[in-house]
Design a protein. Structure first.
Ligand code: NA
Ligand code: NA
Lengths: 976, 121, 116, 130, 542, 88
């Protein structure tokens, strides 16, 4: 089978098992087990290809499929001694765990919805990909996939799993990101993403700093995954997951990924001081801590978990030692651990299921009731404890040997060995706790006083079914066989050692190495262990709650919560809806730009200070109007003065030759005042007070901006002659367009698209205005106190508005004529759709202001439709332009006039009509809507149907003004 | 020079008002700020030439028409937005105050600071 | 003196006179005691002041079209300013802007007192 | 309201021009009076608010009257009451003489009506522009 | 073919606006309305894809509107960059609008029309080569946005809406001032004519003013604070729509202007790099402090802007490519996540972390969409986020900015913590006993268009809740979660509400596995930004 | 078109008018005072447009004046409504 086929077979198995689960329920686990076993066998078949004929060293089989060539990412796979060994562990233990799951898990817990099989098999896929990856990026991808799988496997285990799952993800996710950083740096430095090429690159020997940096990153990644101190906490934390998950994570998958990574990188990083010191130190600390914690716990599963932490520490330390033999020993230890730990975890599950508890203080006397389980535990436990003749014995012997010879100085080796011996003795001791705790009558100390909380009645406890316990027994049995048959493993261990060390290496583990120092140490370990077991009651009391009485969970939790509160602090400065702060900050950026300007602009051109004396007058008038407008507390005064300042600005425009701009400015200013007056009556008459120091602060910003604006105008403007574009318009506008008002030709011909956007803005503003007021409660008019005159002639509204109505009636034709006049000639002289519409709109304003009561005021035109039609007309005139070649290009033709002569028509006028409609409509909308009166269309409310934004506020709006408008308010408006 | 000072004055006054409380001041501030920018754009065309750009007259001293077209568009757009702002000032719960307590703070600092480890459970 | 110069002189005089009246109105706005007398003062600016200036422009920059526009503008100005003054005066009175105490008689106040 | 003098409809243009001339003169005169008042240091107006009758005037005539009274700077309409058919007019130079002021306002009204009505003496219906 | 397409470029603006206008002629509640709107959005998407196909070989399409001479006319230009972003924007718009149809939001007055105008404005802003015209189209985008934000907001408090309008107005005003300054110095606002003008210090300063203004719109640190405040007041679907359109158009403009005017001038790019780095850090951390799913997502948006800007700040071909990939990815994934939030809020009445729990065991599709979105956002394989983040980190390291690369990675962890906060509190845990009451109240509120501060008749709520519980949803499996009496009964997110998010999630997955597709397009886009020669030639004809 | 001295005098008179009117707006005391003075500023504005049009030979000056004369009172009318608190 090709490597790609193996990889994708594991992926396909995910889907197949999901489907199979629907049909045969949990028995699908058997199917998955069979396939995984088959795949492991297929891998085994390819092992000869990677073995050197000489018996030492390792060959590599590679396969490459393109994936994202632009980023140099490929589906490159490789098989060498190391990956073959790990792959067999992954697939083999996977098969065992799947088989075990078929009996351990209940039907409802493997239902496809729970994702159990899916995540477990995806995990197998991820591990397969990880150990096969020959592309650094691919390696990272599978690495992260294992993280995710473990997260979801833990998280799916009920409510109490949430926090552990999240912590696991955070810790291992952090490691993953370290790996990503390492991968990226390696790719950048070596220029390749191919693992084998990158790891054999010369940069490793040439750039010690780089190598050290990568060593730290890779070690970090591997340590989080392999639960090394100080990242060990997630593993016991994750014990909430079902036992098969733990078995797989601990024995073959998650934690072994870290081991694999370290061994994979050993050819490049091995031997460097950083790498060695990190790995050996943390490895041994972890081994010690794990062992001590295992002594403290009473839950079988937690003891197993800390045991894993401890055992992995030893393996990591071995990898740190880094000699070919040490690496091969690490590989052997990994295999041994996979076998005994998978067996032990499965046993724990069996005990839990059959006896109803995992607490060694409650369990007792099971060896009689569950003999097969006991034997399995005994075999696996003794292998873990490193007792002859099990496989664990061999690996422990070689571990001790490697520790003894590690380091340049002799004391290093002695120190390391001492730690290893202590950890191993403890291992022996907690193995005893397991065996005695569960199977003998020993019940430990500090038992739960609740008599109900205990294991099942003896009559209810029976041995597990063969198929169930068989999965656990098999790896234990293999551990027993492989001890004496260690030679069988030499080729693969040699290949693994070669691959990990980067040099040819032939493994030759001896089953029994004679009476060496190592053997003496082993005896010491056993002796100490037996002593500990005999003193177990005292030790239990001693460890309980005294040594290292902290849980690392608190640390992770603390960091997480610290981050969260830091986040709150980071977010707080902007956590306000008050615009002031959001509007002040941009000016600081502008200030920075100004500083940049002072630095970067080499010399400032002399500002043009000239200009007619009248210019100073406009400035004076601005000062006279603007300053009091800023200071006043009265809304009305501020409005009048700002309006006056607007007139002065219009004068500025006139003075600068911008006639149309000035006229527009004038009209817009008037309309702005009208619109604001309509809302001011709903607001208090004075502004809200502002604290003194804030006034000073904002004034400082304002003055800064003012100074900047002045400086910028002086420095940046006036430094050149008229622009080429501007000159073009002056020269060509008439020829191009037939218009003489150059500004207007720009608006409707050259840059009609701008005007098009502008009219869209107007139309949408109208729609928005209407929509807001139809859906929101508008503040009530405050109403002035005129009660004193309620019976006076002054209060006779209809009479007192009479003159306005009469005037409006007279003025209407004049205004309409003027409006059309301005519209018609806009292309040639001052005017245009906008100005014309504004003039027209004043007629409407007049009609509104002159109405005797609000109800009779509105201009009953469908202004929403008018707004829309403005846009429609403009687009259509734009599309018409395609007749002569392009969007918005004016179409010109002469229309014969009935009285003779011709009128030179241009479709720009149609466009201008769109502007006219939109502007007229928005002003009607402003007056009708903000004025608090609406046209009424007696549309039955039932037609409206369910709407999100209902006009339910109608009866709140302007009660005082329009008591009888309620019916009309319920119309949903909108359509023409 | 006086145009530059006018622009500076309008900008300063506009910014000051925008940074005060209440929608009306903000609206009036933006009105002034818009004036400043519009004058700046006209100034960008150069203020040495001040004749109105009409064909048929001598255009040798005619002002650059393009900035005028820009400003015309900008004025109208600003008016449209002013209308929307004005509307926003008179709907809602209170008046146009922009510093009233928002009853729906998404996340209040006290809350976050005192967050306990229990929230994962 | 050419006729154009004469027209310029006349027009200039009109402009200055108009502006002076507007200034006088402004002084009145400062000097006079209540909104009604101030509005009256402004009436001089709105009526005579602005009209004189418009005439001045027409005289200096004479064309038939300008004459027509000027007449329309003056009429419009007179009427609209009058309407404005009236509406403003009524609004002020209604909302408690009392006329100055020297306003004798104030028959509006009498009417209000009588009916309330 | 006193009965207006009778006049032929054909004389309307003459009457209208006559009225306009008179009004223009009044307009300039009162404007200058107000200017003089303002520019004389220490001088303050002696205002008053009086009612005047608009009985029998059409809406259009009322409007024109309101506008004309207000255009002359010394006078200012404050309220219109079509129920009682009165105007309230503010005058700058009433000087306590309410009857004299009312009379001069009445003169203005009558001159207007004489200037614009085809048949000044005829009774007019109320307007319908309510 | 090419000429024809060039000629029709203005219709990317014209067509949506025309149809948007025509929607006012169609009765609002007629089903034709959303159909027309969706049809036009799909047409824009189709058009954008066409542009993408035509420009994917590096060709630049340009049209001088109204056929005025080059440099005089406003030019519309489509190159690989604008075509790619337009496609992504149109895609997000289509999906978000589909959600709005399903959720009923599209039936509120004017909403379909406003969406169309918004998309028209986006198209204009992406296609125009004229700075003043850009200002106009930004306004064309903003005005309908005001409507969408306010109309569909359920907040009775107007603070956020006011803030949104005011902040955008300030930014627009500042941008206009910058455009004025550029014209003052250069005498043109044609972007192509300004190519390389950043060499002149004064022009560079003027351009920096423009970029500062756009930075506000892009919600870049320190002017980022408004975004989470204002988008939180919008309906979540609107927030999804905005996230794909607004800030991204702003970022597009920053890319375009930086590339064309500055041509990657190092001093300015360093400034952008610093700001981008601060943005991505501050956004990610600020998200941690929030207690509402949407607020957390909104700060992720801010953070994402920082990530995107790193690309242009480094201004190497690889970095710009990575930035564009990230941008596209971010549009899609933020859309997906915000639509997940939409579906949750629509169904359960809240996205506050403490008010919703236990979604994982009950809402499998919601969970799937959230997981895909979150993991993609964090940058984990096999999603688009991984391709984007890897490319960006690689490019940073390659550009001798290993610190930035490290920062990107560290911040990813912070993002992970934030997403886990949502996961732990909303997806894990037990459902609240009163979840049916909350959900019922939410449904009643939605049905009646009530604002947040308004009271709901509690009897009505109780009745509604009881009805929901009695409606037995046939179990789709045999799994049950311990102690949940309502496992198969009561409220669930309706399937049509979650499909839009799933589609975007699916696209994220597809772009993860098919990363080559996106990366190669982005490379083409990047090439056009690094060397603006073709762009200039297309616009100016020389 | 007009002598500078004339323009200077006219502009000076009108500018002073604006200043006085602003003082009245500032002092109030009632909204009516402010509105009336605002009206005066508008009349001064018309005068300034007139003289500016002549100074700069703006052909469209009469159009501007016409529009201003026709529409300027809108603001006063609405201010009057504001003073009345929106009532008619
Ligand atoms: Na007037
Ligand atoms: Na008068």
């Amino acid at each position: 089978m090709t490597l790609t086929a193996i990889l994708f077979a594991t992926l396909a198995l995910v889907g197949i098992t999901m489907v199979a689960t629907r049909v045969i329920g949990r028995n699908a686990g058997w199917l998955a087990a069979a396939v995984l076993a088959g795949l492991a066998y297929a891998v085994g078949l390819r092992i000869p290809e990677i073995l050197e004929d000489s018996g030492s060293g390792s060959k590599t089989v590679t396969e490459t499929n393109p994936w994202i060539p632009s980023l140099d990412i490929s589906l490159g796979l490789r098989l060498d001694g190391l990956s073959a060994l790990f792959l067999i562990i992954v697939l083999g233990v996977g098969a065992l765990v799947m088989a075990y799951s078929a009996r351990y898990m209940s039907e409802r817990n493997v239902h496809p919805h729970t994702g159990y099989f899916a995540w477990m098999l995806l995990f197998a896929f991820a591990m397969t990909g990880l150990v096969l990856a020959n592309d650094l990026v691919l390696l990272f991808i599978f690495w992260e996939l294992t993280t995710l799988c473990s997260f979801f496997l833990i998280n799916r285990s009920g409510d109490k799993a949430s926090a552990p799952a999240v912590r696991t993800l955070l810790v291992t996710g952090m490691g993953g990101l370290a790996l990503l950083f390492a991968v990226v740096m390696i790719v950048v430095r070596t220029g390749t993403t191919v693992v084998s090429e990158a790891l054999s690159h010369s940069v490793w020997s040439e750039d010690a700093a780089f190598t050290a940096g990568i060593a730290v990153l890779v070690a970090l990644a591997a340590m989080t995954k392999s639960a090394q101190f100080p990242f060990h906490m997630w593993l016991p934390d994750a014990m909430v997951a079902p036992t098969p998950v733990s078995a797989y994570l601990h024995a073959a998958a998650m934690v072994k990924a870290g081991i694999y990574l370290m061994m994979l990188f050993s050819p490049a990083l091995g031997g460097t001081v950083v790498w060695q010191s990190i790995l050996i130190t943390t490895g041994l600390i972890t081994a010690l801590l794990g062992a001590i914690f295992a002594m403290r716990n009473f839950d079988l599963k937690e003891i197993m978990a800390y045991s894993t932490v401890s055992q992995l520490g030893l393996i990591v330390a071995l990898i740190g030692v880094g000699t070919p033999t040490a690496l091969a020993t690490a590989a052997l230890y990994t295999l041994a651990h996979a076998l005994f730990k998978s067996s032990l975890f499965m046993v724990v599950g069996i005990v839990d299921r059959q006896a109803g508890t995992r607490d060694i203080r409650l369990l007792h006397g099971l060896w009689r009731l569950m003999p097969v389980t006991f034997v399995t535990t005994l075999l696996a436990g003794l292998s873990m404890a490193g007792v002859f003749p099990l496989l664990g014995f061999v690996s422990k012997e070689y571990l001790l040997g490697q520790m003894l010879t590690a380091g340049e100085a002799a004391w290093v080796g002695i120190a390391l060995t001492a730690v290893a011996v202590f950890a191993s003795s403890t291992t022996f001791a907690y193995t005893g706790r397991i065996l005695f705790g569960a199977f003998s009558s020993y019940r430990g100390t500090n038992r739960d006083p609740d008599p109900e909380n205990t294991q099942r009645q003896r009559k209810d406890i029976r041995e597990a079914k063969p198929l169930f316990v068989g999965s656990a027994f098999l790896p234990a049995l293999i551990g027993l066989i492989l001890g004496p048959a260690i030679a069988f493993l030499h080729p693969i261990m040699g290949a693994a050692g070669s691959a990990a060390s980067g040099q040819a290496y032939a493994a030759s583990f001896k089953f029994f190495g004679g009476f060496t120092i190592e053997f003496a140490l082993s005896l010491t370990i056993i002796g100490l262990g037996v002593l500990a077991i005999s003193q177990r009651r005292r030790l239990d009391t001693f460890f309980e709650g005294r040594i290292l009485n902290f849980t690392a969970i608190d640390v992770v939790e603390g960091i997480r919560l610290g981050l969260l509160s830091l986040g709150a602090k980071v977010g707080n400065p902007t956590r306000t809806d008050s615009p002031t702060q959001h509007l002040a900050t941009p000016w600081f950026i502008v200030g920075l730009v100004a500083i940049a300007a002072v630095i970067t602009i080499p010399s400032f051109s002399t500002p043009a200070l000239g200009g007619p004396w009248t210019d100073w007058l406009w400035l004076g008038l601005l000062v006279a109007t603007v300053l009091p407008a800023v200071i006043t507390k009265s809304r009305l005064v501020a409005l009048i003065l700002v309006g006056s300042a607007g007139f002065v600005v219009a004068l500025w425009f006139f003075a600068l030759g911008a006639i149309d701009v000035g006229v527009t400015q004038l009209l817009v200013e008037l309309l702005t005042v009208v619109a604001l007056v309509l809302i001011l009556r709903r607001l208090p008459s004075v502004f809200h007070p502002v604290a003194k120091n804030r006034q000073v602060f904002t004034a400082a910003i304002a003055i800064g901006v003012g100074v900047l604006a002045t400086a910028v105008t002086l420095v940046f403007t006036g430094g050149r002659d008229i622009s080429a574009v501007g000159q073009y318009f002056l020269d060509e506008a008439y020829k191009d367009t037939g218009g003489t008002n150059v500004v207007n030709t720009i608006l409707v011909d050259y840059r009609a698209l701008d005007t098009f956007g502008e009219l869209t803005v107007i139309a949408v503003a109208g729609i928005v205005l209407i929509g807001i007021l139809r859906s929101r409660h508008m503040l009530l008019s405050r109403g002035a106190d005129d009660s004193a005159y309620s019976n006076s002639s002054l209060a006779r509204t209809a009479d007192n508005t009479l003159p306005i109505r009469v005037i409006a009636r007279w003025a209407a034709p004049v205004i309409i004529l003027l409006s059309f006049h301005l519209f018609w000639r806009g292309h040639y002289e001052a005017g245009g759709g906008f100005i014309a519409a504004l003039v027209g709109a004043t007629g409407i304003a007049l009609a509104y202001l002159g109405a005797s009561e609000d109800r009779s005021a509105p201009v009953r035109w469908p202004y929403r439709g008018l707004l829309a039609s403005g846009v429609i007309v403009a687009v259509l005139s734009g599309v018409w332009g395609y007749q002569v070649g392009s969007f918005l290009k004016p179409v010109r033709f002469d229309i014969a006039l009935p009285w003779g002569g011709e009128y030179g028509f241009t479709s720009a006028m149609v466009f201008d009509l769109g502007v006219y409609l939109a502007v007229l409509a928005i002003i009607i909308a402003v007056i009708n809507e903000l004025g608090g009166v609406r046209p009424s269309k007696n549309q039955p409310a039932s037609q409206a149907g369910p709407v999100l934004v209902a006009d339910r506020y109608a009866h709140f709006i302007d009660k005082a003004e329009a008591p009888s408008d309620i019916a009309s308010e319920s119309e949903k408006g909108g359509s023409l | 020079m006086s145009l530059a000072l006018s622009i500076g004055l309008l900008a300063a006054a506009g910014v000051f008002l925008v940074l005060q409380r209440g929608m009306i001041r903000i609206i009036l501030g933006f009105v002034l700020l818009t004036h400043a920018v519009n004058l700046l754009i006209i100034a960008a065309g150069g203020i040495g030439r001040r004749d109105a750009p009409f064909i048929g007259t001598d255009t040798s001293m005619a002002a650059d028409p393009l900035p005028q077209a820009f400003v015309l568009t900008a004025i109208v757009i600003a008016f449209a937005i002013t209308v929307v702002l004005a509307t926003l000032a008179v709907v809602g719960k209170g008046d146009d105050d922009t510093e009233a307590d928002s009853s729906l703070e998404l996340s209040d600092p006290e809350d976050s600071a005192s967050e306990k480890s229990g929230d994962l459970k | 003196m050419s006729s154009e110069m004469i027209l310029t002189v006349i027009g200039s005089a009109l402009l200055i006179f108009g502006a002076a009246i507007i200034l006088s109105a402004a002084i009145g706005v400062l000097k006079l005691p209540d909104v009604f007398t101030q509005t009256s003062a402004i009436g001089t600016a709105a009526g005579l002041g602005v009209s004189l200036m418009i005439v001045g422009v027409v005289v200096i920059d004479f064309s038939v079209l300008n004459l027509i526009k000027g007449i329309i503008a003056i009429i419009a100005q007179l009427i609209t300013s009058a309407i404005g003054s009236f509406v403003l005066a009524r609004a002020s009175y209604m909302t408690g802007s009392k006329p100055v105490s020297t306003t004798v008689p104030d028959e509006l106040s009498d009417q209000a007192n009588a009916t309330n | 309201m006193s009965q207006l003098r009778a006049a032929s409809p054909w004389s309307l243009p003459v009457r209208l021009i006559g009225f306009l001339g008179w009004y223009l003169w009044q307009f300039v005169l009162t404007s200058l009076q107000v200017v003089a008042l303002i520019l004389t240091p220490g001088r303050q107006p002696k205002p008053g608010i009086v009612r005047m009758s608009i009985d029998g005037l059409s809406d259009t005539e009322v409007t024109v009257l309101v506008v004309l009274i207000t255009i002359t700077p010394d006078t200012l309409v404050i309220a219109v009451d079509r129920d009682k058919d009165i105007l309230f007019v503010h005058g700058m130079f009433v000087d306590g003489d309410s009857e004299g002021f009312r009379k001069s306002l009445g003169q203005t009204r009558d001159r207007l009506l004489f200037g614009v009505r085809a048949r000044p003496e005829a009774e007019r219906k109320r307007g319908v522009l309510a | 073919m090419i000429n024809m397409v060039e000629l029709l470029l203005p219709l990317f603006v014209g067509a949506p606006l025309l149809l948007g206008g025509l929607l006012f002629v169609v009765p609002r509640l007629s089903p034709v309305q959303p159909m027309i709107a969706m049809g036009s959005l799909l047409a824009v998407l189709g058009g954008a894809v066409t542009l993408l196909v035509l420009t994917s070989d590096g060709k630049v399409l340009a049209h001088q509107i109204s056929l005025w001479p080059e440099g005089i006319a406003i030019a519309f230009v489509a190159d690989a960059f604008s075509a790619l972003i337009l496609t992504a924007a149109a895609l997000v718009a289509v999906i978000s609008f589909q959600y709005m149809i399903v959720s009923g939001e599209s039936r509120s007055p004017s909403i379909p029309a406003l969406v169309l105008v918004l998309v028209g404005g986006v198209a204009g802003a992406l296609l125009t080569a004229d700075l003043f015209n850009l200002f106009v189209f930004i306004e064309v985008m903003l005005l309908p946005s005001y409507g969408l934000l306010i109309f569909l907001s359920r907040r009775s408090d107007m603070g956020a809406s006011r803030l949104y309008v005011v902040v955008n107005l300030l930014a627009s005003t500042l941008f206009l001032a910058g455009v004025g300054l550029i014209y003052a110095i250069q005498g043109t606002v044609n972007l192509a004519a300004l190519a390389g003008a950043g060499d002149d210090p004064a022009t560079a300063i003027a351009t920096a003013v423009c970029l500062s203004a756009i930075a506000v719109k892009a919600s870049v640190f320190p002017v980022h604070g408004w975004l989470s405040r204002t988008y939180a007041a919008a309906s979540p679907a609107v927030a999804a729509l905005f996230s794909g359109l607004h800030t991204k158009v702003a970022v597009y403009v920053i890319y375009r202007i930086s590339a064309v005017i500055f041509e990657g001038d190092s001093a300015w790019m360093t400034a952008i790099l610093v700001i981008a780095s601060l943005t991505l850090v501050v956004g990610a951390f600020a998200a941690l402090g929030e207690k509402d799913m949407r607020a957390i997502l909104l700060f992720q948006m801010v953070s994402g802007i920082g990530f995107i800007l790193v690309g242009v700040a480094l201004f190497t071909p690889g970095a710009v490519t990575a930035g564009i990939v990230y941008m596209t990815h971010h549009m899609i994934v933020m859309g997906a996540l915000l639509l997940v939030a939409s579906a949750i809020e629509h169904t359960y009445g809240s996205t506050r972390l403490e008010r919703v729990a236990g979604l994982r065991t009950r809402e499998h599709l919601v969970t799937a969409a959230f997981v895909i979105g979150s993991l993609s956002l964090v940058g984990l394989p096999p999603f688009s986020g991984f391709v984007a983040k890897y490319a960006l980190v690689l490019a940073s390291a390659d550009a001798d900015a290993a610190i930035v690369a490290g920062l990107l990675i560290v911040v990813s962890l912070v993002v992970l913590v934030a997403m886990m906060k949502i996961w732990a509190e909303m997806f894990n845990g037990k459902r609240h006993p009163d979840v049916e009451v909350l959900a019922a109240e939410s449904r009643i509120r939605t049905r009646n268009g009530l604002y947040d501060t308004e009271q709901v008749n509690q009897d009505e709520v109780a009745l509604e809740a009881a009805r929901a519980i009695e409606h037995i949803d046939p179990p789709r499996g045999i799994i049950g979660v311990e102690g949940d009496p309502h496992e198969h009964r009561g409220t669930r997110v309706p399937l049509p509400l979650i499909y839009p998010a799933l589609i975007l999630g699916g696209i994220s997955v597809a772009l993860g596995f098919g990363g080559e597709f996106l990366v190669s397009l982005a490379e083409q886009a990047s090439a056009g930004l690094i060397d603006t020669g073709d762009y200039v030639k297309a616009v100016l004809g020389r | 078109m007009i002598p500078d001295i004339v323009a200077a005098i006219v502009i000076g008179l009108l500018a002073l008018s604006v200043v006085f009117a602003v003082i009245r707006i500032w002092k109030g005391p009632t909204p009516g005072n402010a509105a009336a003075a605002g009206d005066l500023i508008f009349f001064a504005f018309i005068g300034l447009v007139a003289v500016l049009g002549l100074m700069l030979s703006i052909t469209a000056v009469m159009d501007v004046i016409l529009i201003a004369a026709l529409l300027g009172f809108l603001s006063v009318l609405s201010l009057a409504r504001l003073i009345q608190g929106g009532k008619r």
